[in-house]
Design a protein around this ligand. Structure first.
Ligand code: GTQ
Ligand code: FE2
Length: 341
C-alpha cells in the first residue's frame, strides 16, 4: 500500500509556527539586516522661545499641589507616541515659582539638573542641600531622594535630563513618593527610607552631587589656555566625571560642556551614542546627517546615533558653550561604542 506523501511548504510552516508564537529566521530579508545601525530618532531642534512660553503658561495653570512636577518635555518626532527626546534620554525644563516646592520622591531613573535662570532655590539630594546658581549641575542619581524648594524671592528654571526612556525600555522603573513632602537637612536616605527595601541602590551611595559653575568655568578657561586641549571634533570639551572613580557622570549619562571659540569649526564624525545638546551661551550652527541647524542661546537639539555631525561658531567675538548629555556610558558598558571620522 502506498503511503500518502505530506506536502509541506514554507508558507504552511510559517503559518503553523505563527500560531504557536514561533518564527523562522528565514522570514527576514536582507533589508531587515542593514550593515550599520538604524534609528528612528531624528535630528531636531527646539527653540527656547517655544519652551519658555509653555513654561510660563504652565506656571499659570499647573499647580504643584497636584502635579508631581511642572516640566515641559522635548519630544522627538521620530518616536511617535513615546515620551523621549531620544530613545535613551529625555530632556525637559522645570519651572518653580517663588514660594513653591516640588515634593520629595525617588526613582530608578537617574536624573540631572542644569540651572538656566534664577538662583538660590535648592534641591535636596539624600539630605544634602544643593543651592542653585546659573550653570550649576546637580545630580540626583538613581534612587536618591530629591525635592526642589524655591524660597529665593524669584522664579527659577532649569534643564532636567533623565534616562527614563532607557529605564522604561528595560522595564526597570521603580518610583516611590517620600513619606515626607520635603526632606529635612541631613535627614539620611535611611531615615526616610520607606518600605521598598528592594529598591535600595545596590552600589555604594555616592556623596558628590553638585558641580558649581564657577569651577566648571575655571576648568574650561584652563583648558582653553592649554591650547593642546582642543578636541578636533568637540572643541574644548570638559566632561563631568565621578570624582572618586573618574567614571562617567552617572552610569547611563555622560554630561559635558564644550566651548567653541569664535570662528571655530569642528571636524565631522559619528558614533553609536546619541547626544542631546543645549546651547547654554552664544550661538552657532551644527550639520547633522547633512542638515544644518542654527541654534541660539536656550535652544536644544539632538544628534542621533551614527549621524555624521560637526559644530561651528561663526561669531567674530563671542564664545559658544554647549551643554551635552550622551548615552555613551551605556554603549561603552555593553561594548557597543563605535566611532568613525
Ligand atoms: O524633578 O524629580 O523632568 O522626577 C521628570 C521626572 C523631573 C524631578 C522630570 C522627575 C523630575
Ligand atoms: Fe524625580
Amino acid at each position: 500500500m502506498k503511503q500518502e506523501r505530506i506536502v509541506d511548504s514554507i508558507e504552511q510552516l510559517n503559518h503553523d509556527m505563527t500560531e504557536k508564537s514561533l518564527e523562522g529566521h528565514w522570514s527576514l530579508g536582507l533589508e531587515d539586516l542593514p550593515p550599520y545601525p538604524v534609528t528612528s530618532v531624528r535630528p531636531h531642534l527646539w527653540r527656547w522661545e517655544d519652551v519658555h512660553e509653555s513654561l510660563i503658561r504652565a506656571g499659570e495653570v499647573v499647580n504643584l499641589d497636584e502635579a508631581e512636577r511642572r516640566t515641559v518635555r522635548l519630544l522627538n518626532p521620530g518616536i511617535p507616541g513615546g515620551h523621549g527626546t531620544t530613545h535613551t534620554i529625555h530632556c525637559s525644563f522645570q519651572y518653580v515659582k517663588d514660594g513653591e516646592y516640588a515634593r520629595a520622591h525617588r526613582h530608578t531613573a537617574a536624573a540631572l539638573r542644569f540651572v538656566l535662570e534664577g538662583r538660590d532655590a535648592y534641591t535636596m539630594v539624600n539630605g544634602q542641600q544643593c543651592v542653585m546658581e546659573e550653570g550649576d549641575l546637580i545630580l540626583t542619581p538613581q534612587l536618591t531622594w530629591h525635592d526642589h524648594v524655591n524660597r529665593s524671592g524669584q522664579p527659577i528654571i532649569w534643564l532636567d535630563g533623565l534616562d527614563i526612556p532607557l529605564t522604561q525600555a528595560l522595564h526597570q522603573l521603580f518610583f516611590e513618593p517620600c513619606p515626607k513632602d520635603q526632606q529635612t537637612l541631613e535627614a539620611t536616605s535611611e531615615e526616610v527610607a520607606g518600605f521598598y527595601g528592594h529598591a535600595r541602590p545596590a552600589a555604594a551611595p555616592r556623596q558628590y552631587f553638585h558641580y558649581k559653575w564657577a569651577d566648571t568655568q575655571r576648568s574650561l578657561e584652563r583648558l582653553r589656555q592649554s591650547k593642546t586641549g582642543r578636541d578636533p571634533f568637540d572643541g574644548y570639551l570638559l566632561e563631568f566625571r565621578e570624582p572618586v572613580t573618574g567614571g562617567p557622570t552617572m552610569p547611563t549619562i555622560q554630561c559635558a560642556v564644550q566651548l567653541l571659540e569664535p570662528g571655530h569649526e569642528t571636524l565631522p564624525h559619528r558614533h553609536t551614542s546619541t547626544v542631546i545638546y543645549h546651547a547654554y551661551r552664544g550661538a552657532g550652527a551644527s550639520i547633522i546627517g547633512g542638515r544644518e541647524f542654527h541654534w541660539r542661546q536656550g535652544d536644544s537639539f539632538v544628534v542621533p546615533l551614527w549621524h555624521q555631525h560637526a559644530h561651528a561658531n561663526p561669531s567674530a567675538d563671542t564664545d559658544a558653550i554647549l551643554l551635552s548629555m550622551s548615552d555613551a556610558p551605556v554603549m561603552k558598558a555593553l561594548d557597543l561604542y563605535r566611532e568613525e571620522s
